[in-house]
Design a protein around this ligand. Structure first.
Ligand code: GLC
Length: 573
């Protein structure tokens, strides 16, 4: 494993299948990381290892014999399957995926194949996976397993443990046949219908090996989905990078795995739980782009989901249950990016998720091809509207309605919904997306980096500049506007002070972009990664409604290493 994101997560490219329709319908699911590492909670011998805590065996180089001893104390007496499943249901989640065996090799189910499991090796002695599968079945949630097929630090022939067996020539086949495949078979045959098996970190697994696992899944449970991290592009759907939310609608069947704080498994110090509003916004961003949001919680060694995390999820659930039509089974909208929020759709019904409520009482819905038939608020209040070019202006109350995200539901006349044009709105913060630009002599680039260990971030950028490059957006405005133009970019030292220009409707202004520094993971030893920051170009003005072109690029040779994530137009007043 060289630590690149493709090594971690495998390629993507699965196109989705019919049997995966339920996944697109579910849209919101609970992911659970729970194992022996939860007992440590990121602390080993008095020292805290910051970052994703299910990696502690690896990070602290804990020998197999010592790590095994954790099992002797692991007694999650507070574990209550019904409580966890009730919480998922209360949050508005429709399925659950849980770690049956993570990279540490410890099975959280009663495995006959290997004694290193919760039922055999701990004082707890129960099979929590059986209890959870029963509780899910009872409450109508689908249930599936995470299984680490390649990394197994407990086994000399599994991949990854180079501290107990440095330089060992591994017989991966012997691990695969002796443990992984038979254990996956136990999961497929002993726990009722499994909605999916969530594989992870394919690393060096060969195509034949991935195929063999998939064939076994098909044999026992033809309806069980396999995610893309099985490796070798053999998944039924794409699990994007950890925390990765694409910026534009994306085709196929896919999900975003995300975690409530900055670690998957429990860490005693990590109280950085995303608020209910933030979770609702992330869920809506994922659904509005066509994906499913798999949100993780990390129960502790006693089997408790941290109370702060649970309380927040219940709050999210109040909103999700009140907006089921806008989430479960909803489709991405065909509208252009909306400066004030996101849109999900069901046929000709649009659900406008208004993140930034317009305090002037005018919600401008741009880029429409059809006429609006009706518009109403969450509480059913009918709203008046007028047409403004290809936009509709909906009269909304100036006071933001209550709730995590106010939703305005709009019915559009039959036929095409969107005109296809990008629209920049006055009085709102607009992002010009790399994915919607016309690129000449430059290209879209995706960059992924970690802040803390395993805490991934992603940026969709434009890079690969030459002196002839340009990146241009054509957009409409429906009213005059004045905005600040900011550029979010990263710049390595070599490109410090390179000169760039922006041209709006033929008017040019130039400016230097300064070095942003790089994030060097010296402690982890994983290369230099970009740092992003913003540069304010200044005020730009569009005196009237119409079509405009904004182009951006270097003025000369320099600046090849600069990555531009987005151009932002935010209101001056
Ligand atoms: C990464 C980590 C792993 C975690 C997973 C969740 O691949 O290696 O610990 O389970 O992401 O998506």
């Amino acid at each position: 494993m060289d630590g690149t994101s493709s090594d971690m997560w495998g390629g993507t490219g699965s196109s989705g299948t019919e049997k995966g329709a339920w996944l697109a319908d579910s849209r919101f699911a609970m992911f659970i990381h729970w194992g022996l590492y939860s007992e440590l909670g990121a602390r080993w011998q008095g020292q805290t290892h910051y970052g994703i805590s299910e990696w502690i065996m690896n990070r602290a180089r804990i020998g197999v014999a010592e790590y095994e001893r954790i099992a002797e104390q692991f007694n999650p007496v507070d574990f209550d399957a019904g409580e966890w499943v009730d919480l998922a249901a209360a949050a508005g989640m429709r399925h659950m995926m849980i770690t049956s065996k993570h990279h540490d090799g410890f099975a959280m189910f009663a495995s006959k194949v290997h004694p290193y499991n919760i039922a055999t090796a701990t004082p707890f002695g129960r099979d929590p996976m059986a209890e959870l599968s029963a509780a899910c079945a009872e409450r109508g949630l689908r249930f599936g397993f995470y299984y680490s097929q390649t990394l197994d630090w407990h086994e000399p022939d599994g991949v990854g443990n180079d501290w107990d067996w440095p330089g060992r020539e591994r017989d991966f086949q012997s691990y695969l046949r002796g443990k992984a495949i038979p254990q996956i078979e136990e999961l497929l045959t002993g726990y009722g219908p499994i909605c999916g098996i969530w594989f992870d970190c394919p690393g060096p697994i060969t195509e034949d090996e991935s195929r063999e696992i998939v064939a076994m899944v098909r044999q026992h449970q033809p309806d069980c989905l396999v995610n893309s991290r099985i490796g070798n592009n053999l998944g039924d759907y794409d699990s994007l990078g950890d925390q990765e939310i694409p910026r534009l609608p994306r085709a196929g069947l896919w999900e975003t795995p995300d975690t409530h704080n900055d670690t998957w498994a429990y860490a005693w110090y990590d109280l950085n739980f995303k608020s209910a509003g933030e979770i609702a916004r992330r869920l809506v961003r994922v659904v509005s782009r066509g994906g499913t949001y798999l949100l993780n919680v990390g129960p502790d060694g006693r089997g408790r989901i941290p109370e702060a995390s649970a309380a927040i999820l219940r709050e999210v659930g109040v909103w999700v249950h009140a907006h089921e039509q806008a989430i479960h089974g909803a489709q991405p909208s065909t509208l252009p990016p909306l400066a004030w929020g996101e849109c999900t759709a069901r046929g000709n019904t649009l659900f406008l998720h208004v993140f930034d409520w317009p305090t002037d009482g005018r919600l401008v819905v741009p880029g429409l091809a059809g006429r609006v038939w009706s518009a109403r608020l969450d509480d059913g209040t009918a709203l008046a509207y007028t047409a403004l070019g290809s936009a509709a202006v909906i009269d909304v109350p100036r006071a933001r309605p209550d709730g995590l995200i106010p939703v305005v539901t709009v019915q559009i006349e039959g036929g095409e919904i969107a005109s296809g044009a990008q629209v920049v709105l006055s009085g709102c913060t607009n992002h010009l997306e790399p994915g919607l630009a016309t690129l000449t002599g430059c290209a879209e680039q995706k960059v992924s980096w970690m802040e803390k260990f395993g805490d991934w971030h992603h940026a969709e950028c434009v890079g690969g500049w030459t002196s002839a490059s340009s990146c241009a957006w054509t957009f409409d405005t429906v009213e005059p506007g004045r905005w600040y133009l900011d550029i979010r970019y990263s710049c390595p030292a070599d490109d410090d002070y390179s000169e760039w220009q922006v041209t709006l409707d033929g008017e040019m202004v130039s400016f230097p972009l300064l070095d942003t520094g790089e994030r060097e993971h010296r402690k982890i030893g994983w290369g230099a990664l970009p740092r992003f920051r913003e540069y304010r170009v200044g005020v730009v003005t569009v005196p009237e409604a119409g079509s405009h072109t904004l182009a951006f690029g270097p003025t000369g040779e320099a600046g090849a290493g600069i990555r531009v994530e987005a151009l932002r137009l935010s209101p001056v007043s």
